[in-house]
Design a protein. Structure first.
Length: 366
């Protein structure tokens, strides 16, 4: 293999595909990026066997072929010399020679015959969604994903694909996020679970544009083809939790708060127990105001927030970190908190029905 390409294009492509490299090495060759030169294109590919990212760039192909080189080292070199035109020359000993100006570097690689082949995804079943909508859906829910390996399904995001919308859900067992976006469905009604890492990388790779994209769903895989960039991810086999059963629709207490005022208040209140494991903040709701309080070995704090109240007074405790995570994901000016009892989850909403957050309460002494 021998090609000439622009360093800026190569560096940008490597920055994208190396996101699929494994965090923990199971097989040394998976640390590599596979390069394939054919026609007038250089294709870069990386995978951790769960997520695969492919990127195509223009190149002058002098000799067609392929090679596999350590991805992070190759990416670091390309970034340092990205303003120059580069010549990439794969040698017979599985190494890659990079030539630029009057200099060259030789990187030892791997036998491309040993590199895993990732399954092609069938394109019979799919849905179309705006890039900005999918990006927003992911960003609204991704921070709720579990890290506990004992519950594989919760380490991913559930995409419940319906006739006219896709419903994204993430939960760690203590909180839940749900977001809905409109889609154009091509005969696909199904619920799938996508690994969190794949969802995060997809969010980073897609533009925040009012432009359509197609999501292809196969039996065990999902693929997104973004012109010169392709993302394929293996699905989590375990079924997701029956989340609709825990989302209440009837409430005894509803409050509306100014999001900025509330966010600043709970941020200050939570400082007093920032070294605590529970991060518990007590919500004492009465007509006209809500008192936020917390205590720890470092002291106590009380702060009142103006509210609009419908229904009963209520006292409940919640993990302030969970509440703050929700506030950071909300763009609305006002936020609604819906309660049934002090021992039931709170439902947090904005001005639309396109998203909601659910947080389980903590036990507090009233």
């Amino acid at each position: 293999m021998k090609v000439i390409c622009q360093g800026t294009e190569l560096s940008d492509a490597l920055a994208k595909v190396t996101k699929a490299l494994p965090v923990k090495r199971s097989n040394p060759i998976l640390d590599g990026v596979k390069l394939t030169a054919e026609g007038d294109t250089l294709t870069l590919f990386a995978t951790d066997l769960e997520l695969a990212i492919e990127k195509k760039i223009n190149a002058e192909v002098l000799i067609e072929g392929e090679c596999v080189v350590p991805g992070k080292l190759f990416a670091d070199y390309a970034k340092k010399i990205e303003e120059e035109q580069l010549e990439l020359d794969a040698t017979g000993d599985h190494s890659l020679v990079i030539r630029y100006l009057d200099s060259e570097v030789k990187i030892k690689g791997y036998d491309s015959e040993d590199y895993p082949v990732f399954k092609d995804v069938a394109k019979e079943r799919s849905f179309i969604i705006l890039k900005k909508d999918l990006k927003e859906l992911i960003n609204k829910i991704i921070f709720n994903v579990a890290t506990d390996e004992a519950r594989p399904a919760l380490r991913g995001c559930c995409l419940n694909i319906k006739e006219n919308e896709v419903e994204g859900v993430a939960s760690d067992g203590y909180r839940l996020a749900l977001a809905k976006m409109p889609i154009k469905n091509n005969g696909l009604v199904e619920s799938i679970v996508v690994p969190a890492k794949s969802m995060m990388e997809l969010s980073r790779l897609i533009d925040d544009e009012d432009e359509s994209m197609t999501v292809y769903v196969d039996k065990n895989y999902v693929m997104v083809d973004l012109f010169h960039t392709k993302i394929v991810t293996r699905l989590i086999a375990e079924s997701y939790i029956s989340y609709s059963k825990i989302i209440q629709t009837v409430f005894d207490t509803e409050i509306v708060v100014d999001k900025k005022i509330f966010e600043n208040a709970i941020d200050r209140v939570s400082l007093i127990n920032r070294n605590s494991k529970r991060y518990c903040v007590k919500f004492d709701i009465k007509e006209g105001s809500m008192n936020l309080s917390a205590e720890s070995e470092e002291g106590t704090v009380n702060e009142k927030v103006p509210i609009s109240l419908k229904g009963k007074d209520l006292t409940a405790g919640f993990n302030s970190k969970f509440v703050m995570d929700c506030m950071k994901a909300i763009d609305d000016e006002y936020v609604t908190f819906n309660f049934t009892t002090s021992t039931a989850p709170v439902i947090i909403k904005g001005s639309t029905d396109r998203w909601l957050y659910l947080i389980l309460p903590l036990r507090v002494i009233v």
